[in-house]
Write a protein that binds this ligand. Structure first.
Ligand code: C2E
Ligand code: MG
Ligand code: MG
Ligand code: MG
Length: 280
């Protein structure tokens, strides 16, 4: 932040900036300690198909700070990215998610569920990314064909070729890829066609509105329809995130969306609080 400011203005550290820097550095130190001391926990949010049957989960990390309580990834992922601790954090997330897959491998229903894991740009760009994921699958014994890695459009800026090579290597052992938050970033449609993707996730800003209304329809129905059509044209499975109402679910279903995720179905929850698989 200081560097960014420095490009346009002459640099002088006022008290405010100094305080902000101290806080950020302090957060970086705290987060590092928290990772080492096992304060991270994975929550899981279910994903359902058109029949509202669960087909998988997305792993979403939380930080339980001894004093501050639960901290959202929105408030610490960027700090981890800045400090480089995202590599340590990402490795822990991948390992923990794979262990959960293994724990489900003998469950009559959950053994079919996929596990989606968010991957950050620094992880994907690291030279050992493919080796690390492969090693993680080997160490845990998790089935590669249940693992879906979620990447975002902004990761594709620059270095696209080497990212495609890594994606192909992982896909050759069965790992799948989803493009997360689609429509909000840098949309280069020619990239989209070249990327070895399996799923396209419509960003939740097109799905749900900010109003707290149980009957609310889609926030941007023309855009969700366009994204679904685009996904289908490219042969991808289309996933909608942020589905908060029945009306949104029904509208997306009639637009051809395949998989749905959101508060209408379930909140992200602790592993042991996931819905019991009973009814079909
Ligand atoms: P994301 O991957 O797009 O995950 C979806 C976010 O939307 C989650 O927020 C989820 O709780 C929230 N959400 C789900 N359904 C609804 C809904 O119906 N309405 C609304 N308003 N929100 C909904 P969360 O858990 O706070 O995570 C935020 C972001 O943090 C994630 O966005 C992802 O980019 C990042 N993140 C989370 N876990 C990890 C991780 O392990 N590694 C990395 N690199 N990033 C992570
Ligand atoms: Mg995601
Ligand atoms: Mg998303
Ligand atoms: Mg999102």
């Amino acid at each position: 932040e200081a560097k960014d400011a420095g490009r346009n203005t002459s640099v002088f550290f006022d008290d405010d900036l100094q305080t902000r820097l101290n806080t950020r550095l302090e957060m970086q130190r705290e987060l590092h300690r928290g990772i080492v001391e096992n304060e991270l926990e994975l929550f899981y949010q279910t994903k359902v198909n058109c029949q509202q049957t669960c087909v998988g989960v997305e792993a979403l990390v939380r930080w339980f700070h001894p004093v501050k309580g639960m901290i959202s990834p929105v408030d610490f992922i960027s700090i981890a990215e800045q400090s480089g601790d995202i590599l340590l954090l990402g490795k822990w997330v991948m390992h923990t998610a794979c262990e959960t897959l293994v724990a489900w491998s003998n469950d009559p229903i959950r053994s079919d569920w996929t596990m989606s894991v968010n991957v950050s740009v620094r992880q994907l760009k690291a030279d050992n990314f493919v080796a690390e994921v492969t090693q993680c699958l080997q160490d845990t014994g998790a089935p590669a064909n249940k693992l879906i890695l979620e990447i975002t459009e902004s990761m594709l800026l620059g270095n696209t070729e080497s990212i495609i090579v890594k994606m192909q290597a992982l896909r050759s052992i069965g790992v799948r890829f989803a493009l997360d938050d689609f429509g909000t970033g840098y949309s280069n449609l020619s990239y989209l066609q070249r990327l070895p993707l399996d799923q396209l996730k419509i960003d939740r800003s097109f799905v749900s509105t900010n109003q707290d209304q149980a009957t609310a329809g889609l926030a941007q129905p023309q855009l969700t329809q366009s994204i679904i059509s685009l996904g289908k044209t490219l042969g991808l499975i289309v996933v909608a995130e942020g589905v908060e109402t029945k009306a949104q679910f029904e509208a997306l279903t009639s637009q051809g969306c395949d998989i749905f995720q959101g508060f209408h179905f379930s909140q992200p929850t602790r592993l042991n609080a996931l819905p019991q698989p009973n009814k079909k």
